[in-house]
Design a protein around this ligand. Sequence first.
Ligand code: ATP
Ligand code: MG
Length: 332
Amino acid sequence: MRYTILTGDRPTGPLHLGHYVGSLRQRVELQQHHDQTVLVADLQGLTDNGQNPEKISENTLNVVADYLAVGIDPDQTTICLQSALPALAELTMYYLNLVTVSRLERNPTVKSEIEQKGFERSLPAGFLVYPVSQAADITAFAATHVPVGDDQLPMIEQTNEIVRSFNRIVGAPVLTECQALLGKVSRLPGIDGKAKMSKSLGNTITLGASEQEIQAAVMQMYTDPHHLRVSDPGQVEGNVVFSYLDAFSADPEHIAALKAHYRRGGLGDMVLKRRLNEELQTLLAPIRARRAEYLADKGELIRLLAAGTQRAQAVTAEQLSRVRQALGLALQ
Ligand code: ATP
Ligand code: MG
């Protein structure tokens, strides 16, 4: 079965290893057999950076270079820019009428992000409603599948509520429901041991990190605070180094043996960290090199983004027109 896939990233910083295992790695596989669109979500990035738009504009091409560097192929995947697709903003306006403020306030991901960003009374209205703009993104492409990390599951749920509500009101199946595609690792912890590696938490290893940055990040990783002497038995659960070895190692049997040895005692943190450092250096060296090559020709990145956006404009405008007709708006 051929899926229609929509996924995307906020250009709030360079992409990192969390994106790689949570979503990018899957996209490279999926593009070969399915219709895939990847959205650089600059409008959504502005919802918590309204005072600081240059952060978004500075990162937009970085994200495109990250995509190409990991192997997303613009001949197989449509790469497009959210702010250049006006249909998405208009759909958001229609859907906002189908969602209550209290429902938005209950969205667990948005709730924890609001707390984490310390918004309190200064919460931007656009930030509270960003799940609705995500519903517009997904439905504008009639996506059936959305590859994401698990922080995005509440967004998929909210999208499907809007789809059902819209279709019920207009009495026709105009919008399509979607499902999440979770990667093998649906949430990579930060290098600080926090639950999620995230651009806004500053606990990332970026795809363009230098050899020294990767090594420094691995060396400062949180392990088991009770594992003081090499001979002590150590804990694997909650140990960030093991979470990363699980996520990135190509040799799960060897990692299982390391875990058993660590639990018994006699295996030092430094041995593990050296092993992880090697794995990450091998993974990231070619990605870093390709990323730098792509970034050296910004004109080409812009041309490529414009070409994908043009294709997406046609698709989203058509879907918008179906929505306008279903709503019975007077001037079509
Ligand atoms: P920000 O802090 O600006 O929100 P972010 O690091 O959370 O940035 P997003 O652009 O919001 O990144 O997320 C893009 C995609 O990457 C989403 O599908 C998200 O689920 C996935 N993702 C982000 N961080 C991780 C992670 N640590 N583990 C797994 N998936 C992740
Ligand atoms: Mg995020």
